[in-house]
Design a protein around this ligand. Structure first.
Ligand SMILES: [Zn+2]
Length: 403
């Protein structure tokens, strides 16, 4: 590596440490990064000049000598707008470096209102007040969007979102022009971003090999291999919901027959539980399950077995340390757990099964939204010396006020 590459890498390492761990003493930063004291001092000086970190005197400890200064990120210097486009809801949050969410709104929406044009307008309406409420010194480094669809990473182009009824939607560029913030818009698949969030801030931060399975109306999977997201050639990897599990199954919204999500997705659960499809129907299933309703519990058990079978396949493919269930599976995990574990044990080979833990997301319903913010922060961490963003109260705010 060339010297400036090494330096960029080290700046990113230090910033990422502080972004994920919170305030750290200089000495523990030295220990955890493996860099020497003078290098750390040098890197911190540059990050301080960029305004990304600040130092304060450490509290006096029991040991001899001066206490090590404490370093922390300056959250407002790099803020992100995070957006999640789910089937039943839209969520928007403002998040600072370090991961603190200033504000978060999630609104339910009827399944009929799905056109991309209306959706980007809805996002802009939700985002406006959130951005306006941030003090003017906040710099917006980007907009991260998690979407339930097959999304090209390079330009945020949604090829297919069967459960939104979208095909070939240039989502990132539509949002960029609707929001008009002067900051880049990055869009990616919601399960991929759920995986990123779990990897960075979930139940086992930093876990090297992780599969995140998101249950929305469909099923998506995000995969982390050796600490890095598995994206595939264009970012389409992880469409596990559309792998064949039952050749005698029903027709999927993608056009194929017997996809995993036709057996273990929300539709299958509602059908088996005898609940009509629609917004809010899962609440009914959850309530009945909590009340011990036998037919509902049997329906959940059946879906859990199919879910476990697919998880077993993923365990065989990726040999993960951790499989995390999000979305509706996180919500119903207590009821699903026994049959999911049994299904996975049945399908997975013994060796990879022995080392895997299967659990539900520690981030709750906002995993993908957290991941959308992390996607933006990744850009800052990749090159802390060369980033900047407009003020959150920039031109869009001026325009919003005259609309
Ligand atoms: Zn399918």
């Amino acid at each position: 590596m060339a010297a400036d590459e090494v330096r960029r890498h080290n700046l990113g390492t230090v910033l990422e440490r502080l972004h994920l761990a919170g305030p750290l003493s200089r000495s523990s930063l030295t220990k955890t990064t493996g860099l020497n004291r003078s290098t750390i001092a040098d890197l911190l000086a540059e990050l301080t000049v960029n305004g990304l970190v600040e130092e304060r005197p450490g509290a006096p400890g029991s040991g001899p000598g001066r206490p090590s200064p404490v370093v922390q990120v300056r959250p407002h210097r790099a803020s992100a707008l995070a957006v999640e486009l789910a089937v039943d809801s839209i969520a928007v949050a403002t998040v600072g470096l370090g991961g603190h969410a200033y504000n978060l709104v999630r609104v339910a929406r009827p399944r009929g209102r799905f056109s991309p044009e209306e959706t980007v307008q809805d996002v802009a309406k939700l985002a406006g007040p959130l951005l306006d409420s941030l003090p003017a010194e906040h710099r917006l480094v980007g907009v991260g969007v998690a979407v339930v669809g097959i999304t090209r990473r390079s330009d945020g182009f949604v090829h297919l979102a069967p459960n939104l009824g979208w095909r070939d939607v240039p989502l990132a560029s539509m949002l960029a022009s609707e929001l008009d913030l002067g900051a880049p818009v990055l869009a990616a698949n919601e399960a991929d971003l759920g995986a990123l969030a779990e990897h960075r801030r979930g139940r086992q931060p930093g876990v090297a090999n992780l599969v995140y399975i998101s249950g929305e109306v469909g099923i998506g999977a995000g995969v982390i291999v050796d600490g890095k997201p598995l994206l595939g050639s264009a970012g389409y990897a992880g469409e596990a919901g559309h792998t064949l599990v039952n050749p005698d199954g029903s027709v999927c919204r993608c056009g194929a027959v017997g996809c995993w999500e036709t057996e273990a997705g929300e539709g299958a659960l509602l059908r088996r539980a005898g609940v009509p499809e629609g917004t809010g129907r899962l609440d009914e299933v959850a309530e009945r399950a909590a009340a011990g309703d036998e037919p509902t519990l049997r329906a959940i058990e059946e879906v859990g077995r199919w879910l476990g079978l697919g998880i077993g396949n993923l365990i065989n493919l990726f040999n993960p340390d951790l499989v995390v269930l999000g979305g509706l599976y996180q919500r119903l995990f207590t009821f699903l757990e026994p049959s999911v574990l049994e299904g996975a044990r049945h399908q997975a080979l013994q060796a990879p099964h022995q080392t895997v833990t299967i659990g539900c997301s520690g981030l709750g319903p906002d995993a993908s939204l957290v991941g959308a913010a992390e996607l933006v922060m990744s850009r800052v961490i990749a090159d802390p010396a060369n980033f900047d963003g407009p003020s959150v109260r920039g031109r869009a705010s001026a325009q919003r006020s005259v609309r």
